[in-house]
Design a protein around this ligand. Structure first.
Ligand SMILES: [Zn+2]
Length: 720
């Protein structure tokens, strides 16, 4: 796949190892073009139109089927670098938005704001048909967030996700070099012109007194949790005016600065600023670790010498220019959220298992009430009351995006407060990525599925990105990276979101809205007692009657033995053998094998009970194996099928075991050779069944003819 040759940008973005080490020290390189996932050239080439413009109007709207909220952004066109536009207004449709107290947030998608200016890379959009924009041209940004390079009009600079331009002219030059022609001015960009005049006037005046940061506290904190930051220094100016405090952007590894909402400031004097440490920002981004920059009303800036460390971010909901901490509630009448597998996920058994492990990891640390609820025929990310995980095409998920999470919120306002809660979340995985589903590790050109799912589930847990490379919520991932455990900081963040949700859950009665949810209940149903020593576990049929179970351990110190356990349902386990420990391993790895000579039919699970010398024990994650003797063999029950009036009706159940999803065509013939019924049966991975209702048929002999891929057969059925 061509895709994997360029690192994928994502909610979980892909990055090169160098990028990780580079930003570990809070520095950033301005010349990092070789790491840019979508180069300027790619964007200029792929976009149908490249324009300079300004967001002059915005309106959120539902699509025709009421599945998703989009935002129509009306752009006033100033310059045209590529393509043709007939009018001076163009619409850009972005994903997500708010209608009333309902809000949809995509973990990776371009978000625009009125008044923003810059260069847009656009393609005609076919996502939604009816838009409120009423412009001749409706578009989407090519490359999502990378489809917009935003201006700082006052300073005449420009920045994109992976790029910085010292001045706007530099960006013009770069774009025209790629298009090979001059731009055309559609309308004069007055604001930019005025700022150029002011800039030259300013240079003739004496420089204003620059601000200086002497100290700030706390040095270590979290974002979006209500922590207050105090900045001490001189020359901040007596009032804020257009002044602001900026943080490094955790959504791009700290390459750019991001600005809080004006409502986050508590006080501003010439020597001291106090404010809440935010997670949602005025433009895109999340406050991350790194230096803090103060800019005064007259535009002079000072960045702190020492960095602030933001250990985790609580994803706040921005509403009416204010930030709110959304809570987790009960949405499934069983204490929390039930996650459903779309067919595309259900068909990939190793992916389901990898996802299940990632869910288990979060449930174990925060007791978040997530349950896996089986498969669904829903194949869309929609506001439908169901949290669905599915594979989707790259054009849906986003060019160079690995996976994304869509959080949907609803709010209720009381006289004094507004509360937002998560109603559901949907997850979309890029099907064009070369995934390693586990339990083995990824090759050098693969992405590790469980690692990426752990990150995406972090978003569903309402955690934002951090700018600390070892955390699961770091914004980027490089090829072959394996991070299937949470860091202590990820855990701290998850615990705080749960604690806040439980606390707020007790006040839900005080909000007088219709359909208020119940409070979330901590989950007790997870496999949490996992042995840290077990690195990998695999099971496979080596002959028709033998399953080879193999595992590796790391840092074995006081393990006595391993009990190999087997289960047909993943719930009830029995011991099948014991292997003595070969440790201690003095920090190294050890390899073990065990052969089960009496394997189960159909589908079975294996896991290890790790027994320590002090008699305590813990477990490995489980693995699933399908018996090849049973794969794609049709079984059915009962035969004969009972007649009318019998207790279980006239039903015939078909069982068909497949290692990926399969569609079976089947016809039922009567004894005269006439077709009486036809079926199209979809079987999902692992053991799945279909029940046929034969109650309308007369008693007699029937023949069920079936075909699935190159397998086929005819079964004689007797109906009583
Ligand atoms: Zn992410």
């Amino acid at each position: 796949m061509a895709k994997t040759n360029t690192p994928a940008l994502a909610c979980l973005r892909a990055a090169l190892t160098l990028l990780l080490t580079l930003f570990a020290s809070y520095t950033f390189a301005s010349d990092n073009q070789h790491m840019v996932p979508l180069t300027l050239e790619e964007r200029v080439q792929q976009a149908e139109m490249v324009i300079e413009g300004e967001v002059v109007r915005q309106e959120s709207f539902w699509d025709a089927r009421q599945e998703n909220i989009y935002t129509s952004n009306i752009i006033k066109v100033y310059k045209l670098f590529k393509g043709e536009v007939q009018t001076e207004l163009v619409e850009i449709v972005t994903e997500g938005g708010a209608i009333g107290l309902k809000k949809h947030v995509f973990s990776t998608a371009l978000k625009l704001r009125q008044g923003q200016q810059g260069i847009f890379f656009l393609k005609r959009q076919q996502l939604v048909q009816r838009t409120p924009g009423k412009t001749a041209l409706s578009t989407r940004a090519y490359g999502s967030q990378q489809g917009f390079v935003q201006y700082d009009v006052k300073n005449r600079t420009a920045r994109g996700v992976f790029e910085n331009y010292a001045n706007v002219q530099e960006l013009y030059d770069a774009v025209t070099k790629k298009t090979g022609k001059k731009f055309r001015t559609v309308t004069e960009n007055q604001k930019l012109k005025v700022s150029a005049v002011q800039e030259s006037q300013k240079q003739n005046q004496s420089a204003p007194l620059a601000p200086v940061i002497t100290s700030f506290s706390p040095a270590v904190a979290s974002a979006g949790t209500g922590r207050i930051l105090t900045i001490n220094g001189t020359g901040f100016g007596n009032t804020r005016g257009e002044g602001h405090v900026e943080f490094r952007n955790a959504d791009d590894g700290g390459q750019t600065w991001v600005r809080p909402l004006p409502t986050e400031y508590i006080s501003w004097t010439n020597t001291r600023i106090t404010m809440y440490i935010p997670s949602v920002m005025q433009d895109e981004g999340t406050a991350g670790s790194g230096p803090i920059r103060v800019t005064t009303n007259d535009g002079s800036s000072f960045a702190s010498v020492t960095p602030i460390t933001l250990q985790f971010a609580y994803s706040n909901v921005e509403f009416d220019d204010k930030s709110f901490k959304p809570i987790l509630t009960e949405q499934d009448n069983a204490g929390g959220y039930t996650i459903l597998f779309a067919q595309s996920m259900d068909n990939r058994l190793p992916a389901k298992e990898g996802f299940r492990r990632a869910v288990n990891t979060w449930v174990c640390v925060s007791e978040i009430n997530w349950k896996l609820g089986g498969s669904t025929t829903i194949n869309a990310a929609a506001d439908d009351g169901s949290s669905v995980i599915r594979f989707a095409s790259q054009s849906t998920v986003g060019e160079s995006v690995l996976a994304r999470t869509i959080s949907r919120y609803e709010g209720c306002a009381s006289s004094s407060d507004t509360l937002f809660w998560v109603t559901e979340f949907d997850m979309e995985i890029n099907e064009q990525i070369d995934w390693q589903y586990g339990p083995g590790g990824p090759s050098s050109q693969q992405f590790d599925f469980e690692t990426v799912m752990l990150h995406e589930l972090g978003h569903a847990h309402q955690l934002g990105h951090v700018n600390l490379p070892r955390a699961v919520m770091y914004y980027a991932i490089e090829y072959a990276r394996l991070e299937r455990d949470l860091s202590s900081l990820d855990i701290e963040g998850a615990e705080l979101v749960m604690a806040h949700s439980l606390e707020q859950g007790e006040t839900l009665d005080e909000f007088l809205c219709r359909d208020m949810p119940g409070p979330i209940e901590p989950s007790q149903s997870s496999e949490c007692n996992l042995a840290p020593e077990v690195l990998t576990l695999e099971a496979e049929f080596t002959t028709s009657n033998a399953v080879l179970v193999s595992w590796t351990t790391r840092n074995e110190q006081d393990i006595d033995n391993f009990i190999v356990q087997r289960s047909s349902d993943g719930v009830n386990w029995s011991d099948v053998g014991t292997v003595e420990s070969e440790g201690p391993s003095n920090g190294g790895e050890l390899q073990y094998t065990f052969t089960d000579l009496d394997p189960l039919r159909n589908q079975s699970y294996y896991r290890l009970e790790v027994v320590y010398q002090n008699g305590e024990s813990s477990f490995s994650p489980r693995v699933v194996v399908l018996n090849p003797a049973d794969i794609r063999v049709l079984r059915y029950f009962p035969n004969p099928v009972s007649g009318q009036g019998s207790q279980n009706g006239s039903q015939l159940t078909l069982y068909y075991l497949v290692n990926r999803g399969a569609t079976m065509q089947a016809q039922l013939y009567n004894a005269k050779g006439q077709i009486v019924k036809e079926y199209e049966l979809n079987f999902s991975t692992g053991v799945s069944s279909y029940t046929l209702d034969l109650s309308s048929l007369a008693a007699g002999i029937y023949f069920l003819k079936w075909q699935e891929s190159n397998q086929s057969g005819t079964e004689k059925i007797l109906k009583l």
